[in-house]
Design a protein around this ligand. Structure first.
Ligand SMILES: NC(=O)c1ccc[n+]([C@@H]2O[C@H](COP(=O)([O-])OP(=O)(O)OC[C@H]3O[C@@H](n4cnc5c(N)ncnc54)[C@H](OP(=O)(O)O)[C@@H]3O)[C@@H](O)[C@H]2O)c1
Length: 279
């Protein structure tokens, strides 16, 4: 079984690339920053380049993690978000289908609330539609706020902000209004592997734990192990969260985790990241 991860230099893509690499043959692409040796340069908005890379690598499964990954970035440049998240997803779907590869599309629970999450939600939903229309074999994984260690410690993602709170003394001030579904990065890799083992295709599932938490709550639960004081501020509008459920994970017999279990994993991964940084 051979995997190709797009955006393998990004926060989540790098984690999936690392996890899958323990059990499978894995290649990965980067766009601007080559995080590790061996990654292949690819701009997914270039269809011919996508075709060329996919046919050279010849994966059985493409995990498509490359994207304009947040509401803030998509609001700043909705046209670019459309180009990467919709046209880019279409290029990935076409290139994968031509070589008979399955596509695992990394999506977001934000697609369930387009009025709240704007161009990010709409372009990711349109990306899902490209994948399901073009790829005979595909899987769509919708994620909440992702936490957990990654080889990418620099992108402005929640886990990397926590690392900065610990290592750089940046005050841990987090919003205590908006509630998010919570996803452990390691769980995403587990589900990808389990879905392959079970030959599951044509499904859309949310990979998360039951219940929603604010960024303040999650930061508090992780940073208390590192003796970091966390301050809650009311900075975002009070969105309800609870858009997605774990029903599909359960129905399909996928691995499941509790919030407490996930926090335990993330604390251990954060300790390992700190130990690596000290070496
Ligand atoms: N982190 C979360 O909480 C979360 C939650 C739900 C869903 N997701 C989904 O998870 C995926 C990964 O997000 P992330 O949080 O890991 O963000 P990230 O660290 O910014 O990773 C996104 C990656 O996409 C790459 N990329 C952007 N434009 C590209 C292009 N034109 N061609 C090829 N690659 C391109 C970026 O490469 P360069 O930086 O080199 O341009 C980067 O490596 C996204 O699909 C996102 O929607 C993330």
């Amino acid at each position: 079984m051979k995997f190709l991860v797009t955006g393998a230099n990004g926060y989540l893509g790098a984690r999936i690339h690392e996890d899958l690499g323990r059990a499978f043959e894995v290649s990965g692409t980067f766009h601007r920053v080559q995080l590790s040796d061996g990654l292949i340069q690819l701009d997914i908005t270039d269809r011919e380049a996508s075709r060329s890379v996919f046919s050279k690598v010849g994966p059985d499964v493409v995990v498509h993690a490359a994207a304009v990954p947040t509401a803030a970035l998509s609001n700043k440049d909705p046209e670019y978000a459309r180009n990467v998240n919709v046209a880019g997803a279409r290029n990935v779907a076409i290139a994968a289908e031509e070589i008979g590869a399955k596509v695992v599309y990394i999506s977001t629970t934000a697609v369930l609330a387009p009025e709240a999450y704007g161009p990010y939600a709409r372009t990711k939903l349109a990306g899902e539609k490209q994948i399901s229309a073009i790829c005979k074999r595909h899987l769509i994984l919708r994620l909440g706020l992702v936490i957990g260690g990654s080889p990418n410690t620099t992108n402005d993602r929640f886990q990397n902000r926590l690392l900065n709170n610990i290592t750089k003394g940046i005050p841990a001030v987090y919003d205590n209004q908006e509630r998010y579904e919570v996803t452990w990065a390691g769980h995403v890799s587990e589900v990808i592997a389990a879905a392959e083992a079970g030959n599951i295709s044509g499904e859309t599932m949310s990979v998360l734990v039951d219940g929603c938490r604010t960024r303040y709550q999650i930061a508090y639960d992780i940073l208390k192990d590192f003796d970091i004081k966390v301050e809650g501020v009311a900075e975002r509008k009070d969105l309800a969260g609870d858009y997605a459920t774990t029903d599909e994970l359960r129905r399909l017999g996928m691995p499941m985790h509790t919030y407490e279990d996930v926090i335990g994993h993330v604390v251990e991964e954060t300790k390992a990241q700190l130990a690596r940084a000290e070496r």
